[in-house]
Design a binder for this molecule. Structure first.
Ligand SMILES: [Zn+2]
Length: 441
């Protein structure tokens, strides 16, 4: 049998049914409870003769069912270290009233699969699984292992997932190449009428801080100069007014240069043209600056009581190469009040994966094979993913969901009405299969 003999209609039908079942397993995190999802995937793998499966249970006294699973399709090793297909089994919560369909029913209607996780990332997990099953069924000899790594807890910081594996079972992260979420294709890249795929080679680092102030409580009818909430608001006002420079990091310079070369952006990249793009496009804006979102504020007990304490959380996201310590020092200067305490809640940064690799060449070739006129642009994720645990070990990890989504579809990720077309599911299964053929055989 040659690869072209695969009946992709049948494979897509199978993947659609399995994704529908997978969505029905509610792994909303918190609390996660990913064990039934891992067992579901295990069953499919075993039915297909893939028995080299290991489990890593991260459960503790406070959290149960946090199961991670690794399945291996062995190669002879002549091609180097494994290719790891990463996917997380948990999903973010839903606001049910915002949905037109039940987010956990696995509804398939008019060529579309609905539900939380349809894209992020049970959908991609199913693309990875389908590709692996097809390779197994074809009996194609592999020159390196292909690893299917289904991890828990990605949506809540990965403490029970990839970070747990990094701490307790680092051997599971041994790899040459990693394919993960982090970026996807657009049907109309940058407002053009042409499709393109983004492939994330790096990501912005979270720098979550909490600001706390203390003051003197008192009666609301007698204001004094030591109101904790006043102090916090002054600090937040300074943060709002802080003008941070627009910066095009080398990773993004490459993105803009290639987007121009491929004709997606008319203007030659320059400070002016990028500034203009950023003003129109919030994503480009986020990718060209260190951003701060004020996300929570807490203070006060009663209408007529001056509060003694106040706190606010800032979700800062730093460009690759930004030193979080230096950023926090700058923030301290901007707040300009030693009485405002700044506490680090979550700070992480990752190195960038190289752009010129065998994997990138394979992705570009496969994209050309499947989508006429589509380019693959190296990009940076605004969010952080499990790729960081691999990149910090020097492993090449790319964020690449091989699907071409409209802007309307992609905003459903973490939002209402998350869904994927069967056409995109098929494209993803085929592209990952072809990427594996090119890099592992
Ligand atoms: Zn995700």
């Amino acid at each position: 049998m040659s690869p072209s003999d695969i009946d992709w209609d049948a494979a897509t039908e199978e993947a659609t049914e399995l994704l529908s079942q997978y969505i029905r397993i509610n792994t909303t995190n918190p609390p996660g409870n990913e064990e039934p999802a891992a067992r579901f995937l295990e069953k499919i793998l075993r039915e297909n003769g893939i028995d080299d499966i290991s489990f890593y249970d991260a459960s503790d006294e406070t959290s149960k069912g946090r199961l991670n699973m690794l399945a291996r399709l062995p190669g002879d090793g002549s091609g180097g270290k494994p290719f790891v297909l990463v996917n997380h089994t948990d999903v973010v919560p839903v606001e049910r009233e915002g949905w037109d369909e039940d987010p956990f029913a696995g509804l398939v209607k008019d060529g579309v699969i609905w539900g939380r996780g349809a894209v992020d990332m049970k959908g991609m997990g199913m693309m990875e699984l389908t590709a692996m099953l097809q390779l197994k069924r074809q009996g194609i000899p592999l020159k390196r292992d292909i690893v299917f790594l289904a991890v828990a807890d990605e949506e809540a910081g990965s403490d029970y997932g990839a970070e747990f594996l990094a701490r307790e079972h680092p051997e599971t992260l041994d790899a040459e190449f990693v394919l993960n979420e982090g970026a996807w294709g657009a049907t109309d890249m940058m407002g053009s009428d042409r499709p393109a795929f983004n492939c994330a080679v790096s990501e912005k680092g979270p720098c979550w801080v909490k600001l706390t102030t203390a003051g003197r409580p008192g009666h609301g009818s007698v204001p004094h100069g030591d109101n904790a909430l006043d102090r916090l608001l002054r600090a937040l006002h300074n943060v709002q007014e802080w003008k941070r420079p627009r910066t095009v990091v080398p990773e993004l310079a490459e993105f803009f240069a290639q987007a121009h070369e491929a004709g997606y952006v008319a203007d030659e990249p320059s400070d002016g043209s990028i500034k203009e793009l950023a003003e129109r496009n919030p994503l480009i804006s986020a990718l060209t600056s260190n951003t701060i979102s004020i996300t929570t504020i807490n203070s006060g007990v009663k209408h007529n009581v001056i509060p003694a304490t106040a706190e606010a959380t800032l979700d800062c996201r730093l460009l690759p190469g930004t030193d979080p310590d230096a950023f926090i020092e700058e923030l301290r200067g901007v707040i300009d009040d030693p009485e405002v305490a700044i506490e680090r809640v979550l700070v992480s940064s990752t190195p960038t994966s190289p752009i010129d690799t065998e994997l990138m060449s394979a992705i570009k070739a496969v994209a050309r094979d499947h989508v006429e006129d589509a380019t693959v642009l190296p990009s940076v994720s605004t969010g952080f993913t499990d790729s960081r645990v691999f990149r910090s070990r020097g492993v090449t990890a790319y964020g690449f969901i091989p699907a071409l989504m409209t802007a309307q579809e992609s905003i459903t990720i973490h939002g209402h009405n998350e869904r994927i077309t069967i056409e995109n599911l098929r494209l993803g299964c085929q592209m990952i299969y072809d990427i594996l053929l090119r890099t592992c055989t």
